[in-house]
Design a protein around this ligand. Structure first.
Ligand code: NAD
Ligand code: UD1
Length: 336
């Protein structure tokens, strides 16, 4: 089976490509490299011991994408490509809507023209906003408070409408909770440009001495220790969820939606302590104001994916921190 992976050079895409190749899929990556490097593609091949097809093409380039589909004989698409920084999306909304929405529209058009009916889409727990209760199930209402999140909500809606118009499509909307960690070899991992926005890459750069201290955004939330609680999921568990979703699509399920999380929430302070233990480093921190737009707690009810996909996250926060630390220490400057 031939799977075209948009954004396959990025963080989640690269780990998923390794799992796809190891599971015997043929992989075609389309990535503009706007937030990644071709070196990650080389390392995917190194880890998996297999070759993939790489095309440096922007999704907005319809004729370029069309050429890839003409050559590739694609059976299914996993669509990761998109810009993903929430704060940046508030500052430059047009670029986010153009890249993420228009890029997706071009992809869906080209898929339709080439008769490709199977799609896995990277959605996010961000579509649940501040949930009314916990844990979060897939039938909770969806909304957003920033352009990044609106892109996810809108693309989900576009896919629902495409499915209504053509029920022979098979579409999996995967709502990821907080992906962290790296491949256990330490050869691929998350390579944020500039100062990281997300917690675990930030802690990791503090531990290695690139940043002086972590700023904890608030300790007055209604949580056990007052810091924000999230459902961190190991990137390899997340990657294997995509293989399970592809297997599900092969059974012709129509449009399906799954939370990919562990179902367990950890606070910022718990993550800091787990990382200090895994790395043997002190993580200096100070408590600062809450970050605008942050919520107190967010964690999944992952039982639907467990029941339908036979998928369950198995790696704990110890593995998440140890694997992040291995990647950080082996690649202090990422792929550079
Ligand atoms: P990433 O930035 O590492 O990977 C995205 C990849 O898409 C990059 O390699 C980038 O170069 C590429 N890309 C972006 N726009 C493109 C375009 N127009 N044409 C071709 N390639 C393009 O991000 P990631 O963390 O791997 O996230 C992958 C997907 O998962 C994104 O859609 C993101 O919104 C979603 N997601 C991520 C998280 C997270 O915490 N990382 C959580 C929930 C959902
Ligand atoms: C963020 C995005 C969300 C996106 C998710 C995954 C925001 C507001 N939300 O979620 O839309 O889907 O990333 O990419 O950006 N924290 C600190 N100090 C830091 C960084 C984070 O204390 O330097 C805290 C946060 O307040 C939060 C927790 O750590 O409680 C996790 O933060 P982060 O990794 O940014 O993820 P989310 O906020 O869950």
């Amino acid at each position: 089976m031939r799977v075209l992976v948009t954004g396959g050079a990025g963080y989640i895409g690269s780990h998923t490509c390794v799992e796809l190749l190891l599971a015997g899929y043929e992989v075609i990556v389309v990535d503009s490299l706007i937030n990644s490097r071709e070196e990650s593609v080389r390392r995917i091949e190194e880890i998996s011991g297999r070759k993939l097809e790489f095309h440096k093409v922007d999704l907005l380039d319809k004729s370029g994408l069309d050429r890839v589909f003409q050559q590739a004989k694609v059976d299914a698409v996993i669509h990761f490509a998109g810009l993903k920084a929430v704060g940046e999306s508030v500052a430059i909304p047009l670029q986010y809507y153009k890249n993420n929405i228009s890029g997706s529209l071009v992809l869906f058009e080209v898929m339709a023209q080439h008769g490709v009916r199977n799609l896995v889409f990277s959605s996010s727990a961000t579509v649940y906003g501040d949930p009314a209760s916990l844990p979060i199930t897939e039938d909770f209402p969806i909304k957003s408070s920033n352009p990044y999140g609106w892109c996810k909500v809108m693309i989900e809606q576009i896919l629902q409408d495409l499915y209504l118009a053509d029920p022979s499509l098979n579409i999996a909307l995967l709502r990821y909770f907080n992906p962290v960690g790296a491949h256990p070899t330490g050869r691929i991992g998350e390579d944020p440009k500039g100062v990281p926005n997300n917690l675990v890459p930030y802690i990791s750069q503090v531990a290695v001495g690139k940043l002086p201290e972590l700023k904890i955004f608030g300790n007055d939330y209604p949580t056990p220790d007052g810091t924000g609680v999230r459902d961190y999921i190991h990137i390899m568990d997340l990657a294997s969820g995509h293989i399970k979703a592809l297997e599900k699509l092969a059974a012709n399920p129509g449009l399906v939606i799954y939370n990919l999380g562990t179902g367990k929430g950890y606070s910022v302070l718990e993550m800091v302590n787990a990382f200090a233990e895994a790395s043997g480093k002190k993580i200096p921190y100070k408590i600062v104001e809450r970050r605008p737009g942050d919520i107190a707690s967010c964690y999944a009810d992952p039982s639907k994916a467990e029941k339908d996909l036979f998928w369950k996250a198995s790696r704990d926060i110890k593995a998440m921190c140890a694997d992040t630390w291995r990647w950080q220490t082996k690649n202090p400057n990422g792929y550079e």
